[in-house]
Design a protein around this ligand. Structure first.
Ligand SMILES: NC(=O)c1ccc[n+]([C@@H]2O[C@H](COP(=O)([O-])OP(=O)(O)OC[C@H]3O[C@@H](n4cnc5c(N)ncnc54)[C@H](OP(=O)(O)O)[C@@H]3O)[C@@H](O)[C@H]2O)c1
Length: 223
């Protein structure tokens, strides 16, 4: 069960698929595939347990993902897709927009909706901005909960992971770790947290650890 740090009946699960040294991509942005097929299948099962899969716009631009549940035996509903995209940089030609009429697809912005996205069927949700001009995450979680999207599955990238952790909004961590080392120039799984002391670091209790193919799947909940 989640601890529902997100409030408003919402819960946030953060998924990370990393190298042993906590990188999610090479410096050039290559991330497919760090983990193996069994870990990726487990991720699809986790997606199916949530109302929405959420990523940052940099991930949407770099990977052009579908963020759907793709499992042979799955007949349930597809979770909604959500992109944190303060200035609506998402292309109307990307895969998410192309399937927006079949699967609810939201862009969370701090500006009024752009017609090119809404015409493609993308639903633009306008929320409060942080001082830095980005989507304020407490407003994001509340706005999505009001739309019935209460169980959020955050899939990165590193900046978005850091923002959710910094705001204390992560209830669960699903961490897939592949036996590969990418090095310090790779993209970190979690961006800057601006901690001034170790005591401020978000801490989690491990619930489970198991092998999935060649990878390790660690599950944590917020203390
Ligand atoms: N291995 C994996 O499982 C995995 C998973 C995901 C991503 N990746 C890789 O990670 C890379 C992208 O990660 P990234 O860290 O560069 O970017 P990201 O976290 O995907 O996206 C960051 C962007 O989201 C927008 N945003 C809006 N509100 C935000 C908020 N409150 N906090 C943070 N960001 C907010 C910002 O753009 P605006 O200011 O324009 O809104 C920001 O630049 C890609 O190379 C991708 O392939 C790997």
């Amino acid at each position: 069960m989640t601890t529902e740090a997100a409030g408003a009946g919402a819960s946030v699960t953060l998924k990370l698929a990393t190298s042993l040294d906590g990188r999610i991509a090479t410096a050039a942005g290559e991330s497919r595939w760090i983990t193996g097929s069994q870990a990726r299948e487990a991720v699809h099962r986790l997606r199916a347990e949530h109302d929405a899969v959420l990523v940052g716009v940099e991930t949407a631009l770099a990977d052009d993902p579908e963020l759907t549940v793709r499992l042979e035996d799955y007949t349930g509903p597809q979770p909604a897709r959500v992109v944190l995209d303060s200035r609506q940089r998402l292309a109307e030609t990307c895969r998410l927009a192309a399937s927006a009429r079949e699967i609810p697809t939201y862009v969370v912005s701090v500006e009024p909706p752009q017609a090119r996205l809404t015409a493609a069927g993308v639903r633009v949700v306008e929320v409060e901005a942080t001082e830095g001009g980005r989507a304020d995450l407490e407003s994001v979680v509340a706005a999505l909960a009001a739309l019935g999207l209460r169980r959020l599955f955050v899939e990165g990238g590193g900046q978005v992971a850091a923002s959710f952790l910094r705001c204390g909004l992560v209830d669960r961590l699903e961490w897939f770790r592949a036996p590969v080392v990418i090095g310090g120039e790779g993209r970190p799984a979690v961006g800057a947290l601006a901690l001034s002391a170790l005591a401020e670091a978000p801490r989690f209790a491990r619930l489970d650890v198991r092998s999935v193919g060649d990878d390790l799947w660690e599950r944590y909940e917020r203390i």
